[in-house]
Design a protein around this ligand. Structure first.
Ligand code: ZN
Length: 305
């Protein structure tokens, strides 16, 4: 998605699905979709371009060092966009951009210690500690999706490890839980019915409706989600953890299930100090945060001076 953003409000937007993950093809569609909202690149007084991308990003150049989702290594995304637009270009990790968006204009407003998790096909994250967005030594701080919550009995993760938080507690994780427990429910139509149509949303809805197979998968999912959330609390003791991404549309059904389990697993940090809430900005958080990055001249919670 490309958007014109002004003070945290999306004024205009255009969307284009990315099917082919080849770098040159993606660059072309990114340029096209940006042009479709900006015209030549300067319409509406646009001052800078901010772009959130999956993967590890070299923030100075905007090069994607690696992206397991896209299979890229050292892909010069920033440089390619600078060739096409006569504007400053900033590239950051998509989930860190979303964190900046939720912190500046969404549910994290006014918090000093804030974590955003996007629960979608994968799990992205970002950490704000003492008012500062953590970047880390190689811009890898906030890769919460790749800490292991089931290192010996978990699912394989895209990153190559076993039992990463992302493998267990993303939408894909929920689907895998449903498949893993399927042998215990031979009469279930959840997986055997139309497996090609089975997605995390269908499983969640079936769980909400009381389907026993879906509920078994959902409970395992919630267990793994709670483990990850309790670990985050142990690492950074945040005031708020916001859950965004597709699965967060489960709302209270998810929050009411996960909160007591997180409490139980919170041992060394004071209990009851971290609000676990649904994020506010939905799919727009990334675009709004990328605009904040562009406005500030970098992926930072600090105002440009
Ligand atoms: Zn992983």
């Amino acid at each position: 998605m490309a958007a014109i953003v002004e003070d945290g409000v999306i004024k205009d937007r255009a969307e284009q699905d990315i099917v082919d993950h080849a770098f040159d093809v993606v660059v072309r569609s990114v340029v096209d979709v940006i042009r479709s909202v900006t015209g030549s690149g300067k319409k509406d007084g646009g001052t800078a371009i901010g772009l959130g991308s999956p993967g590890n990003v070299d923030l100075a150049s905007g090069t994607i060092r690696y992206s397991p989702n896209f299979g890229w290594h050292d892909a010069p995304l920033g440089a390619k966009l600078r060739e096409s637009f006569d504007l400053p270009v900033y590239v950051g990790n998509d989930a860190r951009c979303a964190t900046l968006g939720e912190h500046t204009y969404g549910c994290g407003r006014g918090t000093a210690n804030f974590v955003l998790l996007t629960l979608g096909t994968g799990i992205g994250g970002g950490i704000i500690a003492e008012g500062t967005l953590l970047i880390g030594n190689g811009a890898g701080a906030g890769e919460i999706g790749h800490h292991q919550v089931r290192a010996t009995d978990g699912f394989y993760c895209n990153c190559g490890k076993i039992g990463c938080f992302e493998a267990q507690a993303s939408g894909t994780g929920l689907l895998r839980h449903a498949i893993a427990v399927a042998p215990s429910f031979p009469r279930s139509e959840l997986v055997s019915g139309k497996p090609e149509k089975l997605g995390s949303k269908a499983i969640r809805k079936a769980a909400e409706a009381g389907d026993v197979h879906a509920l078994a998968a959902w409970n395992r999912y919630i267990d793994d989600l709670a483990r990850g959330l309790a670990n985050i609390i142990a690492f950074v003791n945040p005031e708020m953890i916001a859950l965004g991404g597709g699965l967060s549309s489960a709302g209270d059904f998810m929050l009411h299930a996960v909160r007591p389990k997180v409490e139980e697993l919170t041992t060394m940090s004071p209990r009851g100090q971290t609000k676990i809430v649904a994020a506010e900005l939905g799919n727009d958080a990334g675009a709004i945060g990328a605009a904040v990055m562009a406005e500030r001249g970098g992926l930072t919670t600090r105002e440009r001076t």
